[in-house]
Design a protein around this ligand. Structure first.
Ligand SMILES: NC(=O)c1ccc[n+]([C@@H]2O[C@H](COP(=O)([O-])OP(=O)(O)OC[C@H]3O[C@@H](n4cnc5c(N)ncnc54)[C@H](OP(=O)(O)O)[C@@H]3O)[C@@H](O)[C@H]2O)c1
Length: 270
């Protein structure tokens, strides 16, 4: 496909690099900063485009700007997209209609359910990643499924109404896991123990949770309803840092809710 990229940030560049690898062509790049558009264009083999003129012919316009700027960009490009066959943004939260201001091509969203921290690492991670495809247009849907497959990714249909909860689920998977690891690291350090000793344990619990399901994989005092141990842990963490103690208590509560022991554990949290 011939692609136009708007917003050469982490996700846009990652998707563009993976697209080039798969044999697609980037026919132009738009960015707020003309220098950024030129640099990305040089890298992707397409020219920097202007916000003020009609976009060149393309199969897909990829609007890879941050979520809050999608509508604004669509309105800026209204009337310039007559030669575009379809347009997508990359947000897992915003509805497909966030691009309806383009006033022309069928619109949708194309959400890689993967972390794309840098263009290079992101491009590599798209292989095997699931991609949520949202659009009401059958032709665009077929093209987006084929596009995802060409990248070695796995497309799935994602309804507009499911997106807010779907996105919360993705944030819980990605961000809460990292936050729990950061909490653990601080506590190992506070105990004077090298946090690396926790790495085999961390890998094992993630494998267990994915293979057995979270409820079956949970071990530890909150899962057992071991109130005395939970109390002792909480007292130690609160004495070390009251803010961290508050976060730790919230995590214990969430863990007990998953384990079905909240009634018992609630008493220890008072
Ligand atoms: N990174 C990920 O892991 C990931 C994964 C899945 C989906 N996504 C989605 O991908 C989209 C982009 O995220 P990102 O992580 O790539 O963000 P990013 O690295 O911050 O890149 C955002 C790009 O959008 C541009 N931009 C921001 N506001 C703009 C505006 N008002 N007009 C024109 N361009 C504007 C930025 O340009 P400036 O440099 O000028 O600000 C930058 O080129 C988001 O919808 C996000 O939800 C990201």
């Amino acid at each position: 496909m011939d692609l136009i990229l708007v917003g050469p940030g982490r996700a846009g560049l990652a998707l563009s690099l993976a697209s080039l690898e798969a044999g697609h062509v980037v026919v132009g790049v738009l960015a707020r900063d003309p220098e950024a558009a030129r640099a990305a264009g040089d890298r992707l083999g397409g020219p920097a485009l202007s916000w003020d003129s009609a976009l060149p012919r393309a199969d897909l316009l990829v609007v890879a700007v941050r979520d809050d700027a999608i509508e604004e960009v669509a309105h800026l490009l209204a009337g310039h997209a007559a030669n575009i066959d379809g347009a997508v943004h990359l947000s897992g939260l915003k509805p497909a209609s966030a691009l309806s201001g383009l006033d022309g091509p069928p619109v949708g969203s194309f959400h890689p359910l993967q972390t794309l921290p840098t263009p290079e690492a992101g491009a590599a991670r798209l292989e095997g990643a699931w991609i949520g495809v949202t659009t009401d247009d059958d032709y665009l849907s077929d093209r987006l499924f084929a596009f995802a497959a060409s990248l070695g990714a796995r497309p799935f249909e994602l309804g507009d109404s499911a997106k807010p909860l779907y996105h919360a689920a993705a944030a819980a998977a990605a961000n809460f896991t990292v936050t729990a690891l950061a909490m653990s690291r601080r506590l190992f350090e506070a105990a004077g123990v090298d946090p690396e000793v926790g790495h085999p344990l961390i890998r094992a619990v993630i494998d267990n949770a994915l293979e057995m399901g979270a409820e079956a994989a949970l071990t530890g005092p909150a899962a057992r309803g071991d109130i005395g141990t939970v109390r002792a842990q909480l007292a130690a963490v609160r004495a070390f840092d009251s803010g961290l103690g508050e976060d730790f208590a919230a995590m214990v509560r969430a863990t007990a809710r998953v384990a079905g022991t909240l009634d018992q554990i609630d008493e220890a949290l008072q």
